[in-house]
Design a protein around this ligand. Structure first.
Ligand SMILES: C[S@@+](CC[C@H](N)C(=O)[O-])C[C@H]1O[C@@H](n2cnc3c(N)ncnc32)[C@H](O)[C@@H]1O
Length: 264
């Protein structure tokens, strides 16, 4: 049998063909793109975010050596389970809400977080809770079911299984059966109007004592956000965190870091 008679399935591709086939697997549309021509057949696409892993170090701003803890987190990001699977950009400077809150946790440091019970709402990738875990807190990171796999993966790749536990928590539902947190964290949870009353309800359930500190990182995007704060106002007062050295930078991008206190 000559090589041209060998069935396709059993033929060993030449090195050149093998290389071309490998490139086709990576980018099946590549033959339709002709970067040197003035008209690609397919428009250029932003890169997909599918199971990418990124490495983040906090604080993201320069600090003098030894002044603060430094925390490095490996983060698996994946847009397929929903908006929470990526770290949300929150401004033109590319600042991320979870990194505003993470920077602040690092600034407060392990002396504040060590052995504290922390619960994070709408954790998405789990980034903020992972930072709290690295600083020695006992953390529950929570979100909806479709995010739990990526959160578990992120706990695992950071080797934080002894400190950080993943739980399903849909706002408005009964709280998971976990120790009462003394710190509650939330970054970028105000964006979907039907969820506003549910989020307020969960904040009320978690913040029902004077001893609970709630750190709430928020970016003003739409007029509708006012309705969230109108609902929140019935149960909470809030003030901006003033001791954050980055405040001037992120407040220019309409980002605020707030502490909420329950009206008891
Ligand atoms: C904009 S993302 C922010 C994720 C993460 N905190 C961050 O800053 O990167 C909002 C998160 O809230 C979660 N979420 C939205 N509605 C929710 C609900 N009803 N109950 C629980 N989590 C919810 C989403 O799954 C998502 O992870």
């Amino acid at each position: 049998m000559t090589s041209s008679q060998v069935p396709n399935s059993t033929r060993t591709p030449s090195p050149d063909l093998a290389e071309q086939e490998a490139l086709d697997v990576i980018d099946p549309l590549r033959h339709l793109r002709k970067p040197d021509d003035d008209g690609d057949i397919v428009p250029s696409q932003p890169p997909s975010i599918l199971n990418d892993t990124t490495c983040l170090t906090f604080p993201t701003y320069p600090v003098q050596a030894g002044e603060h803890d430094r925390v490095t987190i490996s983060l698996r990001v994946d847009a397929s389970p929903g908006c929470g699977g990526i770290a949300w950009p929150a401004g033109q400077a590319g600042r991320f809400l979870p990194s505003v809150l993470s920077d602040y946790l690092v600034l407060r440091g392990s002396s504040w977080l060590k052995n504290r019970q922390v619960l994070e709402l709408g954790s998405g990738t789990g980034l903020v809770g992972l930072v709290a875990g690295k600083l020695g807190a006992d953390v529950h990171i929570t979100d909806q079911k479709q995010l739990l796999d990526i959160m578990n993966k992120n706990v695992e790749i950071n080797d934080l299984q002894s400190r950080v536990t993943v739980c399903e928590l849909n706002w408005g539902d009964k709280l998971p059966d976990v120790p009462r947190p003394s710190i509650v964290l939330a970054a970028d949870c105000v964006y979907f109007e039907p969820a506003f009353p549910l989020l307020v309800q969960t904040l009320c359930s978690l913040g029902d004592s004077k001893d609970v500190e709630i750190l709430f990182c928020y970016k003003k995007r739409r007029k509708a956000d006012k309705r969230f704060f109108a609902m929140l106002k019935k149960h909470f007062t809030w003030k901006e965190v003033m001791d954050d050295p980055n405040r001037d930078v992120y407040s220019r991008e309409a980002i605020s870091l707030l502490t909420l206190s329950r009206k008891l």
